[in-house]
Design a protein around this ligand. Sequence first.
Ligand SMILES: *Cc1c(COP(=O)(O)O)cnc(C)c1O
Length: 351
Amino acid sequence: MSFNLDNIIRENVKGLRPYSSARDEYVSDGSKMVFLDANENPFENGVNRYPDPQQRSLKMVLAKAKRVEVPNLLLGNGSDEVLDLLFRAFCEPQKDNIITLPPTYGMYKVLAGVNAVENREVVLTDDFEPNIPEIGKRIDAQTKMVFICSPNNPTGNSFKTSGIEELLGNFSGLVVIDEAYIDFSPGDSWASKIDQYPNLVVTQTLSKAYGLAGIRLGICIASSEIISVLNKIKPPYNVNELTQERALKRLSDADTITEEISNILAEKDRLVATLNAVPFVAKVYPSDANFVLAKVDDANNRYQQLLSKGVVVRNRTNQVLCKNTLRFTVGTKIENKKLIDTLQQLDTQSR
Ligand SMILES: *Cc1c(COP(=O)(O)O)cnc(C)c1O
């Protein structure tokens, strides 16, 4: 099977042209142009104008940071919007299917449901790796996308590259690699491989390592052909002015981002060491992300106990392969101390 983008674009999308907004043609660059094209209120307050629908300034900075070209980028209202655009561009409702690899990020399944696309689940192997032979068996002519989250949420591990390369080389649909946690990982991003694999789509976000979950900025990195398809269906002003400004400001301070990431990683190591010493913690799984998954004696009970002491963690016990696990996000030193002190208190109480 070989990949041909034309074969996977929905028929209705093929015929679309992107909505052309007033601001698509001219973006204010502070020069003497008079903008009487978009029915805006002319009195300046910082946000009285429509935002740049192509987010040109922000994309220039991000392209450099991610070592790709501007035409390889599409930005969205969080990566959740980027993922939704992928469904709407490539999956025919009631007809096509996708493959997801639980335990994983819950949004793929939600979006499949919203878009009336069948979600075929292929559970990870016991060591939390994609089951490539099984994925191969579940792929059919209507399979448009395989969603791979690496580092994976909630397990925390990055997947081996060999299996993913095999999939990229043989699958005639898109391989979507969700790299929400890549900035915490010692491993390389797949973004450098988009020229090599025409069916590769990488998603990233400013919500985690960049510390901007509140502004909602998701990043899609793929061939310019794939990006052009997504551009046809994206709402023109999907990334608002305040988000674009705030993202630019943050990206201009790369040193702070790097420092925060090192701090979080150092805190993670400390947290893992202390968790390992808590008697009711049976196992702490290796993590390339800013959270750790740990197996405890009774997750429901420990979750409730932590909650009653004011510590909110994520109970993953109902996820496949994750029985009796809790997911701990790495916080500040003070927050992590509160978690550890509380766990140690619970331990003394329970004996
Ligand atoms: C947190 C997270 C995201 C982030 O989504 P945004 O909409 O960009 O905030 C994406 N994928 C995974 C796996 C995540 O854990």
